[in-house]
Design a protein around this ligand. Structure first.
Ligand SMILES: C[S@@+](CC[C@H](N)C(=O)[O-])C[C@H]1O[C@@H](n2cnc3c(N)ncnc32)[C@H](O)[C@@H]1O
Length: 485
């Protein structure tokens, strides 16, 4: 039996051969680390064989590094996470990526970067060097830096002099990743410094209140993130958050809701209620592809007042749907009793992760009280995988679809840090909202304790098998009239 390191290396080597062969056959290129990011540079990932091989190569490389790097250095990759975050924040806010783009592949000297953005050249050089050690930037010659494919993702693609002159508008009209990174390096970054203080305080350790988050502690006020954003002095941060969120939305397949459930199996005239449905982005493809469905999109009254736009969106996309009454837009608080009783489907997308268990329970109870035996609950959420190999990763509950695709052993089952984005989102939810992403076991327990039974998980093939999967549940039938809670 070969050593664990050799097994990992063999997996890496076999996957690289598969990747190179498939790329050659399909005329796809492996991206150059030093060339700027462009959607084209990631096109090779569109092929599922290549995407899987690339994931195994990356997971194997990281596992080999964990074996061979001195443990104190590996530890300090984590301990020093905020050192690198601080360095990157300086580079984003002082528009280094835009300046380097204009300098091209030969790079720009720190004195010339500093002459443009007004920073101290020596300090900038130190920030850039620690990031270059992680391939975020590249030190072409001593004190001369260029972008890599990674740093170019932070590019607003605007002239550097414009973003330096007008930092408040730098994210407007961009695709949102720089805005998202800038947000993550600000509000949750500040919150992260107070995670332990929040958990060391008996008053907040077990709290599920959104205004008892580490972020609230960091700003020194019992406030939710939304209340923080309502303050006039935080208008830029609110706009930046919204631009970043639109960027995330844009990464989702626009018709993700179509694959969430067997919609065509519903009877003619079936009623679907999109609970907390926002402006109806997910309901639109359903209304378009399934003209026999009656759809109700519910959200907070405030959203509906603000978004007369919403009616406009529907009028533009599907003029007859609202006029005919087939699609209804409705102001409804999901913590209040649900007016639509006995519908076919309650569709709940990206709501649970915003709330702690106690608040989710309130929502689920209202839906359960309005459910009939035929009612299905369809949730779209990230389902967090465990890091270990376990064929009964749903706790032996036998829920079809609940076990995600696992990386081959001895790699970590969840592909380790290659799939880190979901876990980042989970900690982010804790820091900002005191809420969380959940494993299938957690979802099942939460639903069960509120009168729902999970029947299956529908996973989209390819890409990230954790992000936005759908979970189907049915009401737990009661013995003698009331739910078995
Ligand atoms: C993350 S968004 C998800 C929107 C939509 N389901 C989607 O996936 O595109 C969360 C939504 O919950 C809504 N929301 C927050 N609190 C609510 C409440 N108490 N009642 C109804 N909707 C609420 C927000 O206005 C927002 O539209």
């Amino acid at each position: 039996m070969s050593s664990p390191a050799r097994q990992v290396l063999d997996l890496l080597s076999a996957s690289l051969s598969t990747l190179e062969k498939t790329c050659k056959e399909k005329g796809l290129k492996v991206p150059d680390l030093h060339a700027p990011f462009h959607p084209e540079t990631e096109a090779f990932r569109g092929d599922p064989t290549i995407a899987e091989a690339a994931n195994v190569i990356s997971a194997a490389a990281l596992q080999l590094a964990a074996i061979f790097t001195p443990p104190q250095v590996s530890l300090y990759h984590i301990v020093g996470g905020h050192f690198k975050s601080a360095a990157l924040r300086v580079c984003i806010e002082s528009s280094v990526t835009e300046i380097l783009r204009e300098g091209g592949p030969d790079g720009v000297h720190i004195n010339d970067i500093a002459a443009k953005n007004g920073q101290d050249p020596q300090k900038l050089g130190r920030f850039l060097r620690i990031l270059a050690s992680h391939h975020v930037y590249r030190e072409v010659k001593p004190n001369v830096f260029a972008n890599t494919r990674i740093s170019s993702m932070l590019d607003t693609l605007k002239p550097s002099q414009d973003v330096i002159a007008s930092p408040e508008t730098k994210h407007d009209g961009t695709f949102g990743l720089a805005a998202l990174a800038s947000h993550h390096l600000d509000e949750p970054f500040k919150g992260s410094a107070y995670a332990w203080e929040t958990l060391a305080d008996p008053a907040t350790v077990k709290s599920g209140e959104p205004d008892a988050s580490p972020f609230a502690r960091a700003i020194g006020r019992k406030e939710t993130l939304w209340q923080f954003y309502e303050r006039p002095e935080n208008a830029f941060k609110q706009r930046r958050f919204n631009i970043g969120m639109q960027g995330i939305q844009a990464l989702q397949p626009p018709d993700a809701s179509l694959g969430a459930f067997d919609w065509k199996g519903l009877p003619k005239g079936a009623v679907v209620v999109d609970v907390g449905g926002g402006v109806g982005t997910s309901a639109l493809p359903l209304a378009r592809d399934f003209p026999d469905l009656q759809i109700v999109v519910q959200d907070l009254p405030a959203l509906y007042v603000m978004f007369t736009k919403l009616a406009q969106l529907w009028a533009k996309e599907m003029p007859d749907a609202v006029k005919s009454g087939r699609v209804k837009l409705e102001a409804q608080d999901f913590f209040a009793p649900q007016p639509h009783q006995g519908v076919d489907v309650f569709f709940v997308k990206q709501i649970m992760h915003d709330w702690s268990d106690e608040y989710c329970s309130k929502i689920l109870k209202q839906l359960r009280a309005a459910a009939a035996p035929k009612t299905k609950l369809v949730m779209m959420e990230s389902v967090m995988p465990f890091a270990c190999h376990d064929p009964s990763a749903d706790g032996g509950r036998g829920i079809p679809g609940s076990v995600p695709r696992e990386a081959p052993a001895p790699l970590l089952a969840n592909y380790g840090a290659v799939n880190e984005m979901g876990y980042n989102a989970d900690i982010d939810m804790f820091l900002l909202f005191n809420s969380q992403e959940r494993t299938i076991v957690h979802f099942d327990d939460l639903l069960r304790s509120n009168g729902w039974q999970v029947t299956r998980v529908n996973r989209r093939e390819g890409g990230d098998s954790t992000f936005l999967q759908s979970i189907e549940a049915i009401p737990i039938e009661k013995a003698g009239g009331s739910p078995r809670l």
